[in-house]
Ligand binder design. Structure first.
Ligand code: IPM
Ligand code: MG
Length: 346
């Protein structure tokens, strides 16, 4: 079988890190023998330039018939005043493909421990997964802006909550069997429903423990005791905020991949960081988030587990060898780091 991959390089450092990710993909494919075909499509600011819209029709059609989608990064200050911003393309793509489950693993690399803003004893053993609901809630409710008032509607159905909570439980079954569900049920109706559904779903997974946390105290716990978490599941807006909070625990945004899954159809894989327009075009961007997103794709979309593990250990090894890009305190270029990772594939 030939895997059909659509690549959305996007804006800023997007094209540079996409190239790095694809170099690693090519090297792994050769080593473990699978075939794939790539289709590059404009998206984000690049979509606006090419077709007047951040999610051009042709791009959307291509993603719909892909086996998996790799996205690098979108956004650039030049589009801040555009009628439709690059980010709206991303929200539309999530909705169109039904990518309701956003998975962001948080782990600390030994070689990068010193970069964490937390004390070493606080980050010891941190290894959890953020599961964020991605196609519902206030992001997709009605938004109205008038001169003296504004309104954003937060809607959730039991069905939308049920499927994301199940994702969290399924992940926890393969990990440390703890699901932390985060809500604001002391105030919000959507959160009351969230908690009821989570309790109901938990009955189907007796091997997994469910705990509830309110979002404000969860935000504290993520700093005071991040090692206590295993799988964290929450709604769209809380997940946006908490996943950024969790993503700085490793001390850099440059090493964290993510996956977004639908009930059926292609999944999308992307770094959690943005397009870093300030360093675009200089060849110094850290490609690791992109490269680890390729690993996630191999495992979660194609079942190529040995390829995924090969990439993950090569990244570990490269960091331990002290090959570090500027954001990690080193001087390696994007190309040097990518070459070192490829050399460590075994
Ligand atoms: C993210 C981003 C997006 C979001 C933006 C770019 C719309 O912050 O993927 O977390 O808010 O979901
Ligand atoms: Mg965000």
């Amino acid at each position: 079988m030939t895997y059909k991959i659509v690549t959305l390089a996007g804006d800023g450092i997007g094209p540079e890190i996409m190239a790095a990710g694809l170099d690693v993909l090519a090297a792994v494919a050769e080593k473990i023998n699978f075939s794939y075909e790539l289709t590059a499509q404009p998206f984000g600011g690049a979509g606006i330039d090419a077709a007047g819209h951040p999610l051009p029709e042709e791009t959307l059609a291509a993603t719909k018939s892909a086996d998996a989608i790799l996205l690098a990064a979108i956004g650039s200050p030049q589009y801040d005043t555009a009628a439709v911003r690059p980010e709206q393309g991303l929200l539309a793509l999530r909705k169109e493909l039904g990518l309701f489950a956003n998975i962001r693993p948080v782990k600390i690399f030994d070689a990068l421990k010193h970069l964490s803003p937390l004390k070493p004893e606080r980050i010891e053993g941190v290894d959890f997964v953020m599961v964020r609901e991605l196609t519902g809630g206030i992001y997709f409710g009605e938004h109205t802006l008038e001169e003296t008032k504004a309104r954003d509607v937060n809607d959730y159905t039991a069905e939308e909550i049920d499927r994301i909570i199940r994702k969290a439980f399924e992940l926890a079954q393969g990990r440390n069997k703890l699901v932390t569900s985060i809500d604001k049920q002391n105030v919000l109706a959507t959160s009351k429903l969230w908690r009821q559904v989570a309790d109901r779903v938990a009955a189907d997974y007796p091997d997994v423990t469910l705990e509830h946390q309110l979002v404000d105290s969860a935000a504290m716990l993520m700093i005071t005791n991040p090692a206590r978490f295993d799988v964290v599941v929450t709604e769209n807006l809380f997940g946006d905020i908490l996943s950024d909070e969790s993503s700085v625990l490793p001390g850099t945004l440059g090493v964290m991949p993510s996956a977004s899954h639908a009930a059926s159809g292609p999944s999308l894989y992307e770094p959690i960081h943005g397009s870093a327009p300030d360093i675009a075009g200089q060849g110094i961007a850290n490609p690791i988030s992109m490269i680890l997103s390729v690993a996630m794709m191999l495992r979660e979309s194609f079942g190529e587990n040995s390829g995924a593990e090969m990439i993950e250990s090569a990244v570990d090894q490269t960091l331990s060898q002290g090959v570090l890009t500027k954001d990690l305190g080193g001087t390696a270029t994007t190309a040097e780091m990518t070459t070192a990772i490829i050399a460590n594939l075994a």
